[in-house]
Design a protein around this ligand. Structure first.
Ligand SMILES: [Zn+2]
Length: 284
């Protein structure tokens, strides 16, 4: 059905008490696998691309691929800029048809973050596109950006209300103890804090750092109000691991039309599991 705004996807999820899933995709193979899997599960979905992915694939190619594959499925699909770090990046994504924008000013001083997000909101809303922003600082590694544990800070619920009111952002990613990348130990999520944020702001909330998070914590996060979960690292791990195992087991294999198949199957398994976990199956 083509690309749609993410606003309706997250609003419906918030209303009905599940989370829509946003997945990283990196090339034609992963985009097709993602959308065909979500389509089979009748799940609305976001294709999420960071600046690093955009630079790797090329923005016109990426937008065209996602747009074309979205036409072939019957679920609503949003094309999402993940962790946009500049207004130029936002402008480029919008001009290529992105239907969902996230900007990450969490490394900035608070007032600078507010100004950055407000500017991005102005640009995106002019095209009817919603904006997600992050408050507090989520730890771990995202693209080239590494946030040490000591630099990660949890969201202040009172500041969240001020932030949403002043920026006009449509979705909020509150830092509550998750991290980007895979977890070394079992993370501690601050659900009391999440409940306070949920009381103070009305916009849908987004869980970053969903990769490798134990299933029961994901389910709890959704129960406590997260309306979107983001998955990236777990997909990369599955895709790369399956490709590596296949090539090691078949050292003479030289046909990309064959060796990407087990990688796609591994990617598909993660997508399916997370959609079911989030409760998004049959919501399209
Ligand atoms: Zn993130």
């Amino acid at each position: 059905m083509g690309l749609v705004s993410s606003q309706g996807l997250l609003s419906q999820a918030q209303r009905e008490g599940y989370a829509v899933a946003g997945f990283a995709a990196y090339n034609l193979e992963t985009v097709r696998t993602l959308l065909e899997t979500a389509d089979a599960l009748k799940a609305p979905v976001l294709v999420q691309t960071t600046g690093g992915t955009i630079d790797y694939v090329g923005l016109p190619y990426l937008a065209a691929i996602v747009g074309m594959v979205a036409q072939t499925v019957s679920i609503p699909v949003a094309l999402h800029l993940d962790h946009g770090d500049s207004l130029d990046r936002v402008r480029d994504a919008l001009s290529h048809g992105y239907t969902s924008i996230m900007v990450d000013g969490s490394k900035m001083a608070y007032e600078d973050n507010v100004a950055f997000v407000r500017a991005a909101v102005g640009m995106a809303h002019a095209r009817g596109v919603p904006v997600e922003a992050e408050l507090g600082r989520i730890g771990g590694v995202e693209d080239e950006l590494q946030v040490a544990d000591a630099e990660a800070t949890l969201i202040d619920p009172d500041q969240a209300a001020d932030f949403v009111a002043r920026t006009g952002c449509d979705f909020l990613a509150p830092a509550i103890g998750t991290a980007h990348g895979m977890y070394r130990g079992v993370p501690h999520l601050d659900f009391d804090r999440l409940d306070q944020v949920r009381e103070k702001v009305s916009v849908p909330l987004v869980l970053h750092g969903g990769s490798g998070l134990p299933d029961k914590l994901v389910v709890s996060a959704v129960k406590h109000g997260m309306a979107k979960i983001n998955i990236a690292s777990e997909l990369k791990e599955a895709y790369g691991e399956a490709l590596r195992a296949h090539l090691i087991a078949h050292p003479a294999e030289n046909d990309p039309r064959r060796y990407f198949l087990p990688a796609a199957a591994a990617y598909r398994a993660v997508v399916e599991a997370k959609i079911r976990l989030a409760g998004a199956a049959n919501k399209a």
